[in-house]
Design a binder for this molecule. Structure first.
Ligand code: ADP
Ligand code: MG
Length: 651
């Protein structure tokens, strides 16, 4: 009987496959027709000639004109891939994946064959791959193995205006390589770019402008500032849905959490609308969303329905969604910022720049006249927004820059050809800090903790209807008030003991996806340590040793409890609090070390572990003195005595 079932199944599969094939053929023809309607198409020959005649070209063209999907294909068709790959970098993972998927469809090939992508922890390429989309960070990594990028005939640094740290470093590297590889073509492309500045930097490279099609966009401002922009955004969606003609809506939010909240409120409020109102299809998009769901934003909206896309900055220039007629712009994005006074880096919700606001509004006018609803006042726009977004290199802890360059084998940091060089004193200071951070640790447990910390705050899952269960499951890992770092270690070790069971994750309200990523990071770290011949030794029961090594890595992040239950950072006396998600938020130890600070309603410490103050002086005597960690009034030496002893020392 079993064979019959098998046979049936086999026949069915054959049938669907041949059906798919004939569908695929006509779909492919349709895609080829579509390619010819893109604004870039009439400039195909002119562009190829310019690339042939010049080594470096700056390309500027409206979002959606076809730069990212078409230029690599044109190069392939013109034979550039006969002697090397075409690499195209994107600042965001989602963009690299999504664009590669689209191009493989257009070329009628399987993703990962001729067209592929490479992002951290996911290499979807093969020996066949000639068009390779990747994050800018991945191309940086490739320099390590191939400092002349010999495998590439063309490198396209796309979305150059984003000025991520990796892109900025890439500029310096590819500019240098181009000098001794005259056969390498360099394309620097973007929708919105100070083209002259880029041209100057690349030794007066020519600028190629692709004229865009743009329809008028009506801009609406709020009369007064909005206290709660998330709520205002949802209200605006519903108003548009009920009062405005057909056309899809795009809302710009700052991150996954916000997108999920907005989605939930929207689903709740549309439930009561009844059948007279058209269907509202809600499509979120963010990096951690499963790929199948990411593809949903590109599906055409059924007749009579309306789509609302909830996106982060990714939809500003990296991804183009057809059919958007209304844009809602709350005016914020999440941005890394660095406070040089405290040496602390945090991801903050920040007002966008005027340039960003213009880009966002433009998304509504691609296929016809559009409307943009800005959830801020015209006065705010004119007076409060910066003209342009500040490049990441000027917002980051320079230790990152130094580490990245050093890891690429570039030691002459001061003379590195930055487009906007950071102040050299700041670079030197960063270098000093890195020397001060003492050697790597030898414990096996530490790399598990580091791996868990690196996947961010997406380990625990807390569904709205099962919060109590989820919290109980989470607290199990905190038994003995071990602190958040050790709790993360316990999660990892327990998962490993179950042989990486998915079921176990479900039972404990833990995100499998995040755990798998942590395992990948851990493997990578282990590989790196092997390469520099550091042996791992395990000592899971010596919790103090583990906590001490966390302290040695993060010694500047120490804080002391105050009488009112808040904390003050030891070195900079900044008032901070333990994040409610921490296992120690009710325990309030006297001294803690934290992984990061996040500013929401208050300045919160996330991932917190108790420490003994003596450790600070023991581990980082160049940073802490006894007076920093003594309790005021208790062990302080009487004045006279202190003076006497210093006199003794002096004599
Ligand atoms: P640019 O890089 O100039 O902003 P793109 O090459 O990304 O333009 O986009 C060209 C066209 O391809 C757009 O009309 C866009 O809608 C379409 N497109 C891009 N990616 C996808 C995708 N993943 N699915 C469907 N359409 C896509
Ligand atoms: Mg693009």
């Amino acid at each position: 009987k079993a064979t019959v079932v098998e046979g049936d199944k086999f026949d069915d599969e054959l049938a669907t496959e041949s059906l798919d094939e004939s569908n695929a053929k006509s779909a492919l023809e349709k895609l080829q027709e579509d390619r010819k309607t893109l604004p870039i198409y009439p400039y195909r020959e002119e562009l190829l000639k310019a690339i042939n005649d010049h080594q470096v070209i700056i390309i500027v063209g409206e979002t959606g004109s076809g730069k990212t999907t078409q230029i690599p294909q044109y190069l392939h068709e013109a034979g550039y891939t006969k002697h090397g790959k075409v690499g195209c970098t994107q600042p965001r993972r989602v963009a690299a994946m999504s664009v590669a998927a689209r191009v493989s469809q257009e070329m009628g090939v399987k993703l990962g064959h001729e067209v592929g992508y490479s992002i951290r922890f996911e290499d979807c390429t093969s020996d066949k791959t000639v068009l390779k989309y990747m994050t800018d960070g991945m191309l940086l990594r490739e320099f390590l193995g191939e400092p002349d990028l010999a495998g590439y005939s063309v490198v396209m640094v796309d979305e150059a205006h984003e000025r991520t740290l990796s892109t900025d470093i890439l500029f310096g590297l590819v500019k240098d390589i181009a000098r001794f590889r005259p056969d390498l073509k360099l394309l620097i492309s973007s929708a919105t770019l100070d083209a002259e500045k880029f041209s100057d930097y690349f030794d007066s490279a020519p600028i190629f402008k692709i004229p865009g099609r743009r329809f008028p966009v009506e801009i609406h401002y709020t009369k007064a500032p909005e206290a709660d922009y998330l709520d205002a955004a949802v209200v605006t969606v519903l108003q548009i849905h009920v009062t405005q003609p057909p056309g899809d809506i795009l809302i710009f939010l700052t991150g996954q959490e916000e997108i999920e909240t907005a989605e939930e409120i929207m689903r709740h409020r549309t439930r009561g609308l009844g059948t007279k109102i058209a269907e509202l299809i809600i499509c979120p998009i963010y990096a951690n969303l499963p790929t199948e769901l990411q593809a949903k934003i590109f599906e055409p909206t059924p007749e009579g329905a309306r789509k609302v896309v909830l996106a982060t900055n990714i939809a500003e220039t990296s991804l183009t969604i057809d059919g958007i007629k209304y844009v809602i712009d709350p005016g914020f994005c999440k941005m890394k910022s660095y406070n040089p006074r405290t040496g602390m880096e945090s991801l903050l919700v920040t007002p966008i720049s005027k340039a960003s606001a213009m880009q966002r509004a433009g998304r509504s006018g691609r296929t016809g006249p559009g409307k943009c609803f800005r959830l801020y006042t015209a006065y705010n726009y004119l007076h409060d927004l910066e003209d342009n977004t500040i490049p990441e290199i000027q917002r980051t802890n320079l230790a990152n820059v130094v580490l990245t360059l050093k890891s690429l084998g570039i030691h002459d940091l001061i003379n590195f050809d930055f487009m906007d060089p950071p102040p050299s004193e700041a670079l030197l200071k960063a270098l000093e800090l890195l020397f001060a951070l003492s050697a790597l640790n030898k414990l096996d447990e530490i790399i598990s903790i580091a791996a868990m910390l690196s996947v961010g705050n997406s380990i625990f899952y807390r569904p709205k209807d099962k919060q109590v269960h989820a919290d109980n499951a989470r607290m199990n890992f905190h038994t003995g008030n071990v602190g958040d770092h050790i709790a993360l270690l316990k999660v990892y070790s327990s998962w490993k003991e179950t042989n990486y069971s998915t079921q176990w994750c479900y039972e404990n309200y833990i995100q499998v996806r995040s755990m798998k990523r942590a395992r990948d990071v851990r493997d990578q770290l282990e590989g790196l340590l092997e390469r520099v011949e550091i042996e791992l030794s395990s000592n899971p029961n010596d919790l103090d040793a583990i906590k001490k090594s966390i302290t040695s890595g993060f010694f500047p992040h120490s804080a002391r409890l105050q009488k009112n239950g808040s904390y003050k950072t030891v070195k900079h006396s900044q008032t901070v609090h333990i994040h409610p998600s921490s296992g120690l938020s009710q325990v309030l130890p006297r001294w803690v070390i934290y992984h990061e600070l996040v500013l929401t309603t208050k300045e919160y410490m996330r991932q917190v572990t108790e420490l003994k103050p003596d450790w600070l002086v023991e581990i980082a005597p160049h940073y802490y003195q006894m007076k920093d960690v003594e309790d005021p009034g208790s062990k302080k030496m009487p004045r006279g005595q202190g003076r006497a002893s210093s006199q003794q020392l002096g004599s």
